[in-house]
Ligand binder design. Structure first.
Ligand code: GTP
Ligand code: IMP
Ligand code: MG
Length: 359
């Protein structure tokens, strides 16, 4: 029985939602617990062929027998939370901690329009930054102060630690990604909290000695939404150097997509923000950032997603030996550089499109 943390190694949108939905169905966790900042996250998951864009409810909801928890470190947008409870039909098995901070309209207003956060940092506008600032100034209202949340409230650390004692399987969903960490990311173009595995267990009230696996998720290439530096960005000058980027550019041209090389590829791949709809920038797998983020997360294993987008011949493949030679070499290079095994390879958006190399 394990306590496994799923955490993002780049700038968010690594496809954690997809990896979590696979593990939720394969490993049948008793509890799936959401950590991370709050409704600034946008995870995409499929259940019975239907697509869900989730900002509050754990992606693991796809397993109907799992209990779903939201930790005290996660900010709640009550309207969005209630909407998603209805959408996912999870009332009765979704619970949140009494100490979750609550986002109100004034926090969203401070995160919008011409504000420094929206304009300069390029935030998601979900009110998370202003709410966390208010929490630090000890003025924020918590979940226990809102009667409409009463039926969802539990003591998350108590329930989680008692399940760990009973040797039940626990899956922890972090959100955002390493490069957006308030402490370790590209400040000031970051979110309002740390985003490593250590923060995820703090969000939930689990001690570090209880964690068995940390699976750091990387997309096969880099994407970033919002402002801030991005090493290895694809440009008109370097795109021809990489066969896979060149192929994608040609396909975008055939479809008549307009813009810079970067914009064409991003549009062709459908790379736009789940929360904001803003276009994402695309770039090469950043080995330096990946090594650093796997180190700070204490990675015990890695996941690589969207292999089929970079290497279309890999679409929906479920056995490693059937991957193309160039795709196998790509995975091997990541394992060598990061000195950690890639245990999950994602070859399509649906949970079954996964190569599982765990023992
Ligand atoms: P954040 O909390 O924002 O980090 O979300 P996330 O990591 O869950 O990723 P998000 O859902 O924002 O974006 C990933 C997109 O890629 C979604 O549209 C997924 O359906 C899709 N996706 C994930 N894995 C794969 C894959 O292996 N192949 C393909 N083609 N699409 C994938
Ligand atoms: P905030 O978290 O809304 O304050 O936004 C701060 C920065 O983090 C911005 O660059 C956002 O685009 C980015 N960000 C926050 N959450 C996510 C996410 O889930 N995926 C990708 N980017 C995110
Ligand atoms: Mg996302």
């Amino acid at each position: 029985m394990t306590v496994t943390i799923i955490v993002g190694g780049f700038f968010g949108d690594e496809g954690k939602g997809k990896i979590i939905s696979y593990l939720a169905q394969k490993d049948m966790p008793s509890i799936i617990a959401r950590a991370g900042v709050g409704p600034n996250a946008g995870h995409t998951v499929y259940k019975d062929g239907k697509k869900y864009g989730l900002r509050m409810i754990p992606c693991g909801f796809v397993n109907e027998s799992s209990k779903l928890f939201i930790g005290a470190g996660v900010l709640i947008d009550i309207e969005r939370f209630l909407y998603e409870v209805e959408l996912t039909e999870t009332e009765g098995r979704i619970f949140l901690d009494k100490r979750c901070g609550v986002i109100e309209q004034r926090h969203k207003d401070l995160d919008a329009g011409d504000s420094f956060l929206k304009k300069t940092v390029g935030t998601t506008g979900s009110g998370c930054g202003p709410a966390n600032a208010e929490r630090a100034s000890r003025k924020l209202k918590l979940a226990k102060d809102f009667p409409e949340l009463k039926k969802f409230i539990i003591d998350v650390p108590l329930e989680l630690n008692s399940a760990i004692e009973k040797k039940q399987e626990i899956l922890v969903e972090a959100s955002q990604g390493f490069g957006l960490s308030l402490f370790y990311g590209s400040y000031p173009f970051v979110t309002s909290k740390d985003t490593t595995a250590s923060m995820a267990i703090t969000d939930l009230g689990i001690g570090p000695t209880r964690v068995t696996e940390v699976n750091v998720v990387y997309k096969a290439y880099l994407t970033r939404v919002g402002e801030g530096e991005m090493v290895g960005r694809i440009t008109e000058d370097n795109v021809a150097k990489y066969d896979y980027w060149n192929d994608l550019l040609k396909k975008a041209d055939e479809k008549g997509i307009q813009g810079s090389a970067n914009e064409k590829i991003a549009f062709y791949l459908g790379e736009k923000g789940t929360v904001t709809g803003r276009p994402r920038r695309v770039g090469n797998f950043d080995f330096s950032l990946a090594k650093y983020s796997s180190m700070l997360n204490g990675a015990t294993q890695l996941s690589i997603t969207c292999m089929d987008r970079l290497f279309p011949e890999c679409y929906k493949i479920t056995e490693k030996k059937k991957l193309s030679e160039r795709a196998k070499r790509y995975i091997e290079k990541i394992e060598t550089e990061l000195k950690t095994k890639v245990t999950l390879i994602s070859t399509g958006p649906e949970s079954q499109d996964t190569i599982d190399l765990r023992k």
